[in-house]
Design a protein around this ligand. Structure first.
Ligand SMILES: [Zn+2]
Length: 279
């Protein structure tokens, strides 16, 4: 592994004007005033010790951006630590995308510091986002975990579900991880049937979102109810119910509009003051 070093601009060829997506544990360093923004690499100089990275994480056509994990020296001027979820709505969406990419890259890199096949230390590839094992030749790419999330409709109603770890008011959609050997559509059918015992049809792709908690790719679908009454599997969810899109039941909280689940739900709601559909 690379030796820890102070954040120093003299050491490497890093562009000091690159946006620095810097994490201390799972929180990101941001400059809060006057508007929350991502610091430049030059603004982190001597602010702490680098533990991982910097890794280039900008995509073609984007401004230069690097990911690094570090320790933060207390009182580094003006910088604050914020969780990624807190930053939804505070940072522009384009920055949130890079933040998600940066966090996942750092998580993956830290988790693959040693080869899972032979145990030797791995090294970060100079040519691609990969860690190579110099001992046995294994290559490790960032691990992305696909999960499906589905909006099920039955005429003018949608199916909302409350996860086991959600608060009593928080309702979202049926979601779950894709299993080995499954297509995305098979995962959608299986998850819906496992959690609420109904058959669905007309499964259609809606969109996807990188969800860095810690490494999911959320793939959104819509579907229509085909057959069966709700039969809640209480080992998977605590509640599920059909809700009218013209008026959701009072007192329920929906996922943030920055998440794909929130977008899926709001895409069909008929907005009224009581529906919880933020415009
Ligand atoms: Zn190896």
């Amino acid at each position: 592994m690379e030796a820890p070093s102070q954040v120093s601009l003299n050491k490497d060829a890093w562009d000091p004007s690159a946006a620095a997506f810097a994490f201390v544990d799972a929180k990101m360093l941001v400059l809060p005033a006057p508007q929350v923004r991502v610091p430049l690499l030059s603004e982190l100089e001597r602010c702490g010790t680098i533990l991982g990275g910097p890794f280039e994480v900008s995509r073609p056509g984007e401004r230069a951006a690097v990911a690094l994990s570090m320790t933060a020296r207390p009182g580094c001027p003006g910088l604050e630590l914020k969780g990624l979820r807190e930053l939804f709505g505070l940072l522009p969406e384009a920055d949130m995308e890079v933040a998600a990419r940066a966090f996942q890259t750092l998580e993956w890199s830290a988790a693959h510091a040693f080869c899972g096949r032979c145990g030797a230390p791995t090294v970060y590839s100079a040519s691609e986002t990969a860690r190579n094992c110099p001992s046995c030749g294994a290559i490790f790419y960032p691990r992305i975990t696909p999960a499906v999330i589905t909006l099920v409709r039955r005429g003018p109603e949608i199916l909302l579900a409350r996860g086991l770890r959600f608060g009593p008011r928080f309702y979202s959609l049926i979601a779950g991880f894709v299993e080995a050997g499954e297509t995305l559509e098979q995962a959608v059918e299986r998850e819906v049937f496992e959690e609420v015992g109904i058959k669905i049809r007309d499964i259609s792709y809606y969109g996807s979102q990188s969800w860095p908690f810690p490494s999911q790719l959320m793939v959104g679908f819509t579907a229509n109810h085909a057959d069966g009454e709700l039969r809640i599997n209480h080992s998977e969810i605590s509640d599920a119910r059909w809700c009218a899109i013209s008026e959701l039941p009072g007192g329920i909280d929906l996922p943030t509009k920055y998440s794909i689940s929130g977008r899926l739900i709001r895409s069909v709601l008929v907005p009224t003051p009581s529906s919880g559909a933020e415009r």
